[in-house]
Design a protein around this ligand. Sequence first.
Ligand code: NAI
Length: 312
Amino acid sequence: MSDAVNPGSGAPAVSLADRVAVVTGAGGGLGRSHALALSARGAAVVVNDIGRDTEGHGSDDDSPAKRVVAEIEERGGTAIAHAGTVDTTEGAESIVGAALERFGRIDVVVNNAGIIRDQTFAKLTADDFADVVRVHLIGTANVTRAAWPHMRDAQYGRVVNTAAGAGLYGNFGQSAYSAAKMGIVGLTRTLAVEGARRNIHVNVIAPMAVSRMTERIMDEELQKRFRPEYVSAMVAFLASENCAENGRIFELGGGYYSRVAVVQGEGVVFDDVPTPEQIEERLTALSDVSEPFEAAGSDDLMPRLRQRLAMS
Ligand code: NAI
């Protein structure tokens, strides 16, 4: 690791020297930018991509991943291309297997691969819904699962997952995408709890950046501003040993960075089962989140609930 110091915090400079990272969906867009950013900090990178179109159609093509590997090598970095799919356990195992075989370890997983099939819920087919969830949510679980035992054995790991504002807040025409992305948030939160003891930190980003996925919905000014590199700087930090964060949600794009939190309000207490009318009467009070409580995991909630219910 580097001896350089981060002048902002006094902590060591962010270094990924001797680290091995997998970035899924890294043949273009955000994934390519993440792979370049991790490589620039010294990581050896498995650039995974199956080279499909935005909706996940088309035949597998390893040329986008190979092009990114060539870019990394031109800049003096180390990388290999891998065209396995994240949405099967075999594909995911072969992606992580490539890291182990070529570089002997796996320290970082950036789950970034994704597709969209935008359609109102009324028109979205069950197959399209399932495909979107399979690539984003099951894909994220598959690749992380393949890396998890190696990270546990090494007592070290950094996983960066990719959600979206559509999942956090909802967006017209993106029911499957939103469900998958919020599923990734839930997965992240529990893996953070399970991984903490082994120094495995799992965080999730909700990015905004220009890519083939978003160029149609961004005007020229937004396209200029929302460079993927802004997102990748955060990914490089979250992928590093410097990152003590665990189970956090970060929303970022175009130079804006913010943590997003799931919070519980003060709430109200009924000492007997209320009628629906009594619930309606107290709706404003029970909806109030002006004094938010943030739990690090479900275990944090029971003591608070006992206290609120005046139980011993
Ligand atoms: P993109 O379409 O350029 O990149 C997605 C990549 O994933 C593609 O290269 C595609 O070939 C690959 N991919 C698709 N299915 C795969 C599979 N089964 N296995 C391996 N690779 C697969 O789009 P972009 O914008 O770079 O998106 C990256 C991630 O960021 C996605 O998860 C997306 O949902 C998320 N995101 C992006 C936002 C943005 O503003 N660009 C906003 C919110 C989330």
